[in-house]
Design a protein around this ligand. Structure first.
Ligand code: SF4
Length: 450
């Protein structure tokens, strides 16, 4: 398919966004720029001028998904631009799909746009060059991801993100606040703060202070520090959810903000394991901190704190004793939401040769035992909410029941609250809900107060 630059219709771009929320933010940036330049977004590859595939290269299974998305785009359209994590290893794509128009790595927005301009030159139409002030978001209008930094200074042995994305680069605090204020002004009710290591925010720029004019026109200054940023975001009057926090000692400071509801009482901490030997081989940040004691103290200050985490079972060298330690730890920690992965060797990761690999059937068995143990804990924690009143943000409305999330539920990864209501609820509204029932993952209740 070719693009006739004299044709008055705007060039159409179909977009596939794969991978984590961080990749989603990259996609949103690219799309915002394209829309500003007059491109139209299409839901279908066929009939579009080109397809952009934002890939994920973290696990082998994610790479396969990315390759299959590229293959599908080539079949259905033929003009394909690839970007994202997998683009950091362009040969793995070009060997299979030499006809791809351009391959770039993560955050290379300019290169992606250059490739789009070459393949389908923009139409200059001032009426098309309008973009809503908050940019184009792929997430529903009432919540948005806020990326505060790129890259990572840690070197966890199973992870190739620092290789793909480089060392930590924090955004100036003023930039983050400007974006957050714009999103709130555009109607966003929940900000999800993301990065690779949120609690390390600002380390690379020595917590530099930056200034901006806030939404009331006042000159403000702010240090690029985790606690300062959390406090400033907490003043915006919307839900603020913190993802990917490591239990460094200074994380304790944010718990009082959670108790006061300035930020949501929700911490997403990827613990990955509990056995000291495994954590050492994983080279996890802040793994020496006495985590169980810390969790206890956090809950003393903020009793309804929700803790979400992810774990890896079957890491090379993991013994039965390591695994039993993990299960005991899990029981004590009593986390609310947990994801668990079987260890998968990622090409280029140091962990692949670090110790004897765990056999696949042992990995499988441990995964099932882990999930069964955690499921009971999660269900127990969820049941405690029956009979309480919860604030619920509404994500979808149906004819008789709406679907939403409590403060304990992040979009896409946690459970839901199903809300019956006598009056129609609106997407993005925060309703008070009487919780009547819990099943393994979700809550059910009725909107209160009318
Ligand atoms: S903290 Fe570890 S797992 Fe997370 S991005 Fe950095 S190196 Fe990877």
């Amino acid at each position: 398919m070719t693009t006739d630059t004299n044709d008055k219709t705007a060039p159409k771009v179909s977009f596939v966004s794969l991978g984590c929320p961080k990749a989603l933010v990259d996609s949103e940036r690219i799309i915002t720029r394209l829309r500003a330049e007059g491109y139209e977004l299409s839901r279908q590859h066929a009939g579009s001028d080109l397809v952009i595939v934002n890939t994920c290269g973290f696990l082998d299974s994610a790479k396969e998904e990315s390759l299959s998305a590229i293959g599908q785009a080539l079949n259905e359209n033929g003009r394909v631009i690839v970007t994202g994590c997998m683009g950091a290893e362009p040969e793995s794509i070009s060997a299979k799909f030499p006809q791809v128009l351009s391959i770039t790595g993560p955050q290379q927005y300019e290169s992606v746009l250059d490739a789009v301009h070459r393949a389908a030159p923009p139409q200059h139409d001032p009426f098309l060059d309008l973009v809503p002030p908050e940019g184009i978001k792929l997430t529903p209008r009432h919540y948005a991801y806020l990326k505060i930094s790129e890259g990572c200074n840690n070197r966890c042995t199973f992870c190739i993100i620092p290789k793909l994305r480089g060392d930590l680069v924090s955004r100036p605090a003023a930039d983050v606040m400007r974006e957050a204020e714009k999103l709130v002004a555009a109607g966003v009710k929940e900000l999800l703060v993301i990065s690779q290591d949120t609690s390390a925010y600002g380390v690379d720029i020595k917590y530099a202070t930056s200034t901006w004019k806030d939404r009331n026109g006042e000159q403000r200054e702010l240090r690029a520090k985790f606690i300062d940023l959390a406090t400033a975001l907490g003043e915006l009057g919307v839900w603020v959810r913190l993802h990917y926090v490591y239990p460094y000692p200074h994380v304790d400071d944010v718990i009082p903000l959670m108790a006061e509801r300035k930020v949501l009482p929700y911490l997403d901490i990827p613990f990955q394991h509990a056995s000291p030997d495994v954590l050492k081989r994983m080279r996890r940040p802040a793994s020496q901190e006495k985590t169980l004691d810390r969790i206890r103290k956090w809950r003393d200050i903020c009793p309804d704190l929700t803790l979400r985490s992810t774990f890896i079972v079957g890491f090379p060298g993991e013994t039965n004793a390591d695994f039993d330690f993990l299960l005991e730890w899990l029981d004590e920690a009593s986390l609310d939401r947990v994801g668990c992965f079987r260890y998968e060797p990622v090409k280029g990761a140091a962990s692949n040769d670090i110790a004897v690999p765990v056999l696949d059937d042992v990995k499988e068995e441990r995964w099932h035992r882990f999930m069964a143990a955690q499921q009971k804990i999660s269900a127990r924690r969820l049941k405690r909410k029956v009979g309480t009143r919860q604030q619920v943000i509404i994500d979808e409305v149906g004819p008789s029941v709406a679907k939403g999330r409590s403060m304990a539920d992040a979009p896409e990864i946690d459970g839901a609250v199903y809300v019956a209501s006598r009056r129609p609820l609106r997407v993005g509204e925060i309703a008070t809900v009487r919780i009547e029932r819990a099943d393994d993952y979700d809550l059910h209740g009725t909107a209160a107060g009318f």
